[in-house]
Ligand binder design. Structure first.
Ligand code: PBG
Length: 327
């Protein structure tokens, strides 16, 4: 049979497959999310996220040693405070848990790129990402607290801040305060397209940040909406965002693709806690091949247009890449 084009010719063996491979995962693409908490000598496993821990600061520094040894360039920090209150004061306290963690990280590993999550929900007793009045999450009064949070993190030495609260106007509010206080060089990675997702469940176990009433649907995006994600991203960029996060990643490949096509800015895909938990649970049962599935999912995010991948699999992925060269 005369076929002009036979795509199988370029699939004949690993050498040629490798030569024509279009996308790769590099260790430089990875951002590892980590949880820090008060106390000493504590490394508490999160049951729905096997292999992920809440660290006291001393243990956190030890764990960072591993991260750095594996060549992972960046971490994204979340804090679990000693106590929570209605205004989330642990989020913007100069000696807050994340602020202390940033100082320690930069002191011990000056070249490690330290990113901080900017949000109130880990710090509020009601578990919402903003101030509450009459059962409503207030937008504008929350902005000041978010800006103070970002500022205190920058003062502690954070290299970049990542607002995840989804209040309107927060990127602008943070940019203004950072600029005014001498941090115009600190980039903002905005969770611009953050959906009200069922995939955040295990994270909320880890951070104790599940809302105590209602849900996050009045501020996080409605999952069916793609055009609205473009609006959110346009607004965040106008307000001064430097990088854009799409979150979750797996069910939102179209959003990653559209964001990259339309805006051309650096895009980070957040491979969230529930996505991680599903893989871990199925792998533990022997139902899937963990390494193969994880690398396939991550390269799918790259193919969709992600430049960076925030993932709890980062340590595993980095060591797999080391064993085998780039995937
Ligand atoms: C804080 C925040 C959340 C996540 C990142 N930042 C939780 C939420 O919005 O409920 C989720 C991360 C994950 O599931 O891995 N607002």
């Amino acid at each position: 049979m005369e076929l002009k084009s036979r795509p199988r010719r370029l699939r004949a063996n690993e050498a040629i497959r490798c030569m024509v491979r279009e996308h790769h995962i590099r260790v430089e693409d990875l951002i590892y999310p980590m949880f820090v908490m008060p106390g000493e000598n504590k490394k508490v496993g999160i049951s729905s996220m096997p292999g992920v821990y809440n660290y006291s600061l001393d243990e956190f520094v030890l764990a960072l040693g591993e991260v750095v040894k594996l060549g992972i360039p960046a971490v994204l920090l979340f804090g679990i405070p000693e106590s929570k209150d209605s205004v989330g004061s642990g989020a913007y306290h100069e000696q807050g848990i994340v602020q202390e963690a940033v100082r320690l990280a930069k002191k011990n590993f000056p070249k490690l790129y330290v990113i901080t999550d900017v949000c109130l929900c880990e710090y509020t007793d009601h578990g919402h990402c903003g101030l509450i009045e009459d059962g409503q999450v207030l937008n504008d009064p929350t902005l000041h607290l978010l800006a103070q949070t970002a500022l205190s993190q920058a003062r502690a030495g954070a290299d970049m801040v990542a607002p995840s609260d989804m209040m309107d106007g927060r990127v602008g509010a943070i940019r203004e305060v950072l600029d005014r206080e001498g941090f115009s060089h600190i980039p903002i990675m905005a969770y611009a397209a953050k959906f009200a997702s069922g995939f955040y469940g295990p994270f909320r176990d880890a951070a104790g940040s599940a809302p105590q009433f209602g849900d996050r649907r009045t501020y996080q995006m409605d999952p069916p909406n793609g055009n609205e994600a473009m609006l959110e991203t346009a607004l965040d960029l106008e307000e001064g965002a430097d990088l854009i996060i799409v979150k979750p990643a797996l069910a939102y490949g179209d959003i990653i693709y559209r964001t990259k096509e339309r805006f051309g800015v650096p895009v980070a895909a957040y491979n969230v806690s529930g996505e991680y938990a599903m893989v871990k649970a199925a792998a533990a049962n022997g139902w899937i091949e963990e390494k193969r599935i994880v690398l396939e999912a991550l390269v799918g995010m790259k193919r969709a247009g992600a430049d960076l991948i925030i993932t709890y699999h980062a340590l595993d992925v980095a060591s797999w890449l080391r064993e085998e060269g780039p995937a």
